[in-house]
Design a binder for this molecule. Structure first.
Ligand SMILES: Cc1ncc(C[n+]2csc(CCOP(=O)(O)OP(=O)(O)O)c2C)c(N)n1
Ligand SMILES: [Mg+2]
Length: 655
């Protein structure tokens, strides 16, 4: 109440109502060590309703994590460790960045999958060194959001027994009572998913909460939901059970009245009796004991299974094994194929050497070509397998992948058609915001997918993905660049990478005649140069359109127009290059530039400049064989040649 009041902004009511739950969880159940928030076998707690962050900040402070009362007083201020919604990496003890409702539920499912996999791979009889529970807390909003359905349906199917959710059934959202919007029978809904469901009628009944958690922990073959009936802003004489208490300070006078009503000994802001702090701080010695006990077990494990221990250490640290990329395929002139097909070969060259790589597709395995050969399908009781079937649940897939990255020990990838990246965009954005190592395999990357037509043909998705800060989008031109794209994605730290792959066959660029594909790691490179001197025209392209650029260059060179082709598979990597390199690839003096990409043109203005031309699409696609669509929409060698000639005759090169 005090922190929200001081910040003059925030969400007091839910934090107040859930204090008893936090107390039971942190004092009696959650296996965390405030002195070491990163202890690998700790329990995970995800606050899916990120707006209730003050609940976490207060709890983390009181239980003795590295957070001070001063930090609490800085709630929501510039540079503070107590931002407006919980953010991983900002506050010690916070496991996931949340705020967009529903995401945390999906993150928790991903964490529980990661735990189940690592337990299956690394535990040995008498040595359960991976053995933790994932908890999440969801509000009405979390459960109304569609992603919670996708994620909890998947968890139910996979029978994730160490996943326990709390539903804060306070019957209040921002607009008022849930009578306005929400009459689901949530218990039946989750029973329908195959979850174990309990109700606690009084959110202040700590013994009942304790008993429910105990019962949930005892259920090992189903996920559990505990529905907790609470009263938002409990104790506030005038604001309890009102939507007003959701997202605004209670008001100084109401804070005082509430403290009085609750029997708090002082009205002074931020004053916490010493014995209260001392009581909560039992969590420290409790956590230290739990951690020490685990360290003892870990030592025994390390003695008995030294190789496994080294491997688990490596995986948890996110270090790549030596030689992981020693066997990547090399493609020759006869290996023309779709980049999605090349991707499957690269993936399967990496997978045997990178056992932490797990993933799959949202029901498009045969189209995305994401199957790991030699591994089975991840399922309940088969959690060591590496092929995940997310089902037709793109949004949950995105959040689950984030959960893998938050958990550590596994590297996740997920595939769907590029068009359906829209269905998972909120999770992608959070992966970028939270600097998560996630790989997306987005195939069927343009009108080049052909007959499925405009509903399935991405147009604006490339520009939309590139617009996300800290997002990396790689659209390889051919099989050889596809090898480099995967290499880059696996090496990439600090953010998600989307691989953008064709459905249709593309030729293998003749690397003897042109430049090697290793230029991909700089984002863009001169693939084919003008015969001599400064080029008159530069053609820039990505993916399947690089072949069009090469075809146009041949013709232009024949006609005496010095033409350079720049392959630009990753605009983000290229932007990050020193200006000298960029100027070398795109000499500022050459203003006749044509970008070719079968997509919305927004991304390209920076690179072609005022006088440049973009051969792209500013309209939806069409249903037909792809060659015909390319022709009809002017994505052809002839069009590019004509545009280049027009540029040459219209402008005298300023030298
Ligand atoms: C995806 C998404 N949509 C909208 C919001 C804005 N918002 C924050 S909380 C909330 C709903 C509040 O109701 P509830 O989830 O029941 O939380 P409570 O007030 O009970 O804490 C909304 C709409 C959001 N954070 N995320
Ligand atoms: Mg609510």
């Amino acid at each position: 109440m005090d922190a929200v009041q001081q910040a003059e902004s925030g969400h007091p009511g839910t934090a107040m109502a859930l204090a008893p739950l936090a107390w039971v969880l942190w004092q009696r159940h959650l296996r965390v060590d405030p002195a070491d928030p990163a202890w690998p076998d700790r329990d995970r707690f995800v606050l899916s309703c990120g707006h209730a962050c003050m609940l976490m900040y207060a709890t983390l402070y009181l239980t003795g994590f590295d957070l001070t009362l001063q930090d609490i007083k800085q709630f929501r201020q510039w540079g503070s460790r107590t931002p407006g919604h919980v953010e991983r990496g900002v506050t010690p003890g916070v496991e996931a960045t949340t705020g967009p409702l529903g995401q945390g539920v999906g993150n928790a499912v991903g964490m529980a999958i990661a735990e189940a996999q690592l337990a299956a791979l690394f535990n040995r009889p008498g040595h359960a060194i991976v053995d933790h529970t994932t908890y999440f807390l969801a509000s009405d909003g979390d459960l109304m959001e569609g992603i919670s359905h996708e994620a909890c349906s998947l968890a139910g199917h996979l029978r994730l027994g160490k996943l326990i959710g709390f539903y804060d059934d306070n019957r209040i959202t921002i607009d008022g009572s849930t009578d306005l919007t929400f009459s689901d029978d949530t218990a039946k809904r989750f029973e329908g998913y195959g979850w174990h469901v309990q109700r606690v009628a009084d959110g202040n009944d700590t013994d009942a909460i304790d008993a429910a958690i105990r019962a949930a922990r005892a259920v090992s073959d189903r996920s559990s939901l505990i529905i907790l009936r609470t009263h938002i802003a409990y104790g506030s004489p005038n604001k309890q059970d009102t939507a007003e208490a959701h997202g605004a300070p209670l008001g100084a006078e109401e804070v005082r009245l509430t403290k009085e009503a609750l029997g708090w000994p002082t009205a002074k802001p931020f004053e916490i009796p010493d014995e209260v702090v001392a009581h909560w701080r039992h969590a420290k010695s409790r956590g230290a004991l739990l951690h020490a006990e685990w360290l003892g077990r870990w030592d025994a494990y390390r003695r008995e299974f030294p190789e496994l221990a080294v491997e688990l250490d490596r995986r948890l640290a996110g270090r790549l094994p030596d030689g992981w990329d020693a066997a990547l395929p090399v493609f020759g002139p006869k290996d023309a194929q779709a980049t999605r097909a090349a991707s499957a070969k690269v993936l399967n060259a990496i997978a045997p050497k990178l056992p932490e790589l797990i993933g799959g597709s949202a029901d498009l395995t045969g189209s995305n070509l994401t199957h790991i050969t030699g591994s089975g399908d991840f399922a309940a009781a088969r959690t060591a397998e590496r092929n995940l079937h997310y089902g037709i649940r793109e949004h949950a897939m995105g959040a689950v992948l984030n959960g893998f990255a938050y958990h550590g020990g596994v590297r996740g990838f997920g595939g769907t058609f590029l068009i359906f990246s829209d269905y998972m965009r909120p999770a992608i954005r959070l992966a970028a915001l939270a600097h998560l190592r996630v790989i997306y395999v987005f195939t069927h990357d343009s009108i080049g997918l052909g007959e499925d037509g405009p509903t399935h043909q991405p147009v604006e998705q490339l520009a939309a993905l590139r617009a996300i800060p800290n997002m990396t989008v790689i659209r390889p031109a051919d099989p050889t660049e596809t090898t480099e794209a995967w290499r880059a994605a696996i090496r990439h730290e600090g953010g998600p990478v989307a691989l953008i792959l064709t459905r249709q066959k593309v030729p293998v660029v003749d690397r003897a005649a042109y430049a090697p594909a290793t230029g991909l790691h700089r984002g863009g490179y001169v693939l084919a140069d003008a015969p001599s001197g400064t080029p008159q025209v530069i053609l820039l392209a990505t993916g399947s359109e690089v072949d069009i650029a090469l075809g146009a260059r041949e013709q232009l060179v024949r006609e005496g127009i010095a033409t350079r082709v720049v392959s630009l598979p990753c605009l983000e990597y290229f932007s990050a290059q020193p200006p000298e390199y960029r100027d070398q690839v795109l000499p500022p003096i050459v203003t006749r530039r044509i970008a070719i990409e079968a997509a919305a043109p927004q991304s390209w203005w920076r690179w072609v400049g005022e006088r440049g031309v973009i051969v792209g699409l500013d309209h939806f696609g069409a249903s037909a064989p792809y060659q015909r669509i390319y022709r009809e929409f002017g994505l052809t060698v002839e069009r590019v040649v004509a545009e280049a000639k027009a540029l040459v005759s219209a402008t005298a090169q300023s030298a």
